[in-house]
Write a protein that binds this ligand. Structure first.
Ligand code: AMP
Ligand code: ZN
Length: 458
């Protein structure tokens, strides 16, 4: 069995063949940090997280790089509006991003380079591109990439250069030679952040940052590069052109792009203002339910967000935790059809919806076994938890899961349960009943089991 990944470059699923055996270098374009992260970000980075978790689980030694874009036009604009230094703005939102991503249980990248720490590398790359005659200094002093000089342009987005040309806006005031050319270095306007360069004080264009950071941390030629599908053109197309123009080597082998999270049929985005931040969503829903919702669609399909879908996700989780409840820890069931089918699904371009349906079959099997063979049920419950971990779900203690979202005083509930147990031990049935009613009024349902009394929100 081999892992197949859909490659935007070739438009087909391909066997994953890493450059070095059992190693995988992956670069994921990171967030532009001028606002809170929204559910669209949650989707793209949860998809990347699943890919990374699965590669590791399959035995690959993964080097995961996710950059931080901490300088760009939107950052400069927002810092001016706020009357705040751009470094202070980005620091605030990097901190918020880390809090949100931790809440989502995203695996930490092995490297998290910031664009502003890589300006020197970007300048070197631009010098190489100019030396190789793929870039020029425009009439306004900015440095541009010469798109027509690079024969492979359009290979990723499958655009033909003539089509692109006819769609491009021709602006007479532009200092570039061709409307398709893109900026590598722009001279600073008064009051803007600036760095010294051979072309004068200024700052890098957006695209060049990812080429510099990925090549430094993964080498000029590496395995996987990903992001949301809006990055295919122009960002990733430009990354390929400028990287290959600089090094004359191949760049990333496999390009992985995720579908949008949509709301009201539109892409959720900061610029459209239709976004729900991760932190707002997590005020009402559990991070595990959000992750479940994201996993329930394939990473390449569009996903329409609805609050109701999150409630359903929580119900699906309840079914899983119910299957695992009240079973003691046991060594996990091995060589099962469930695990085989789970691997088949995930090997097929990380097909998480199918993988989840197999986990549902497994949950069903646990319920069936529970009646006749508790040991076998417990062994299958361990398998469910083990496979859930590959997807970053089902790791809570089952009792903790049933108590989550409880807006009542937990210690009060526990002491009422203790009082009821005492009353029962003393055969004071009327007192035991009174306490049960008091708990029921708090919408707490108690269950007496062989191992003691448990409770959950009714
Ligand atoms: P940005 O912060 O806009 O630079 O985007 C960072 C990453 O989030 C990119 O990979 C985008 O493709 C991705 N992204 C932004 N909005 C969405 C969305 N609505 N759905 C999925 N991914 C998104
Ligand atoms: Zn990028």
């Amino acid at each position: 069995m081999s892992l197949k990944i859909y490659n935007t470059l070739t438009r087909q699923k391909e066997d994953f063949k890493p450059l070095q055996a059992n190693k995988a270098g992956i670069y994921v374009c990171g967030v532009t940090v001028y606002d809170y992260c929204h559910l669209g970000h949650a989707r793209t980075y949860t998809s990347a997280d699943i890919i990374i978790r699965y590669l590791r689980w399959r035995g690959y030694e993964v080097n995961h790089v996710r950059n931080i874009t901490d300088i760009d036009d939107k950052i400069i604009k927002r810092s001016k509006e706020n009357g705040e230094k751009y470094e202070e703005l980005t620091e605030r939102f990097i901190k918020a991003m880390n809090e949100d991503f931790d809440a989502l249980n995203l695996t930490k990248p092995d490297h998290e380079p910031r664009a502003t720490d890589y300006v020197g590398d970007m300048i070197k790359l631009i010098e190489m591109i100019i030396a190789n005659k793929h870039a020029y200094i425009g009439a306004n002093g900015d440095v541009y990439f010469d798109v027509r000089s690079f024969p492979g342009y359009g290979c990723l987005s499958h655009h033909n250069i003539e089509e692109l040309e006819s769609g491009a806006r021709v602006d007479v005031s532009e200092a570039k030679r061709d409307p398709l050319d893109f900026v590598l270095w722009k001279l600073a306007k008064p009051g803007e952040p600036e760095w010294d360069s051979p072309w004068g004080k200024g700052r890098p264009g957006w695209h060049i940052e990812c080429s510099a950071m990925s090549m430094d941390l993964l080498g000029a030629h590496f395995d996987l590069h990903g992001g949301g599908r809006d990055l295919i053109f122009p960002h990733h197309e430009n990354e390929i052109a400028q990287s290959r123009a600089a090094t004359k080597q191949p760049f990333a082998n496999t390009w992985v792009h995720g579908g949008f999270l949509q709301i009201d049929k539109e892409k959720m985005s900061k610029s459209l203002g239709n976004f729900i931040t991760i932190r707002d969503a997590l005020k009402e829903h559990s991070p595990e339910a959000l992750r479940y919702l994201l996993l329930a669609s394939h990473y390449r399909s569009p996903l329409v967000y609805a609050d109701d879908a999150l409630r359903q996700a929580q119900q699906s989780l309840t079914r899983f935790y119910t299957a695992m409840r009240f079973l003691s820890e046991a060594p996990r069931a091995e060589n099962t059809e469930f695990e085989k089918k789970f691997i088949e699904a995930m090997d097929d371009d990380f097909n998480t919806p199918i993988a989840l349906s197999i986990l549902f079959d497994l949950a069903h099997e646990i319920q069936r076994l529970r009646e006749k063979d508790t040991n076998a049920a417990a062994a299958h419950a361990s398998l469910l938890k083990y496979l859930g971990d590959v997807m970053g779900i089902l790791q809570q203690d089952t009792e903790a899961f049933f108590k989550q979202g409880v807006d009542v005083d937990v210690s009060k509930i526990e002491s009422l349960i203790a009082a009821r147990q005492k009353a029962r031990a003393e055969k004071n049935w009327s007192e035991a009943d009174r306490v049960r009613k008091e708990l029921a009024e708090m919408a707490i349902v108690i269950e007496d089991t062989a191992t003691g009394t448990t409770w959950k929100k009714g």
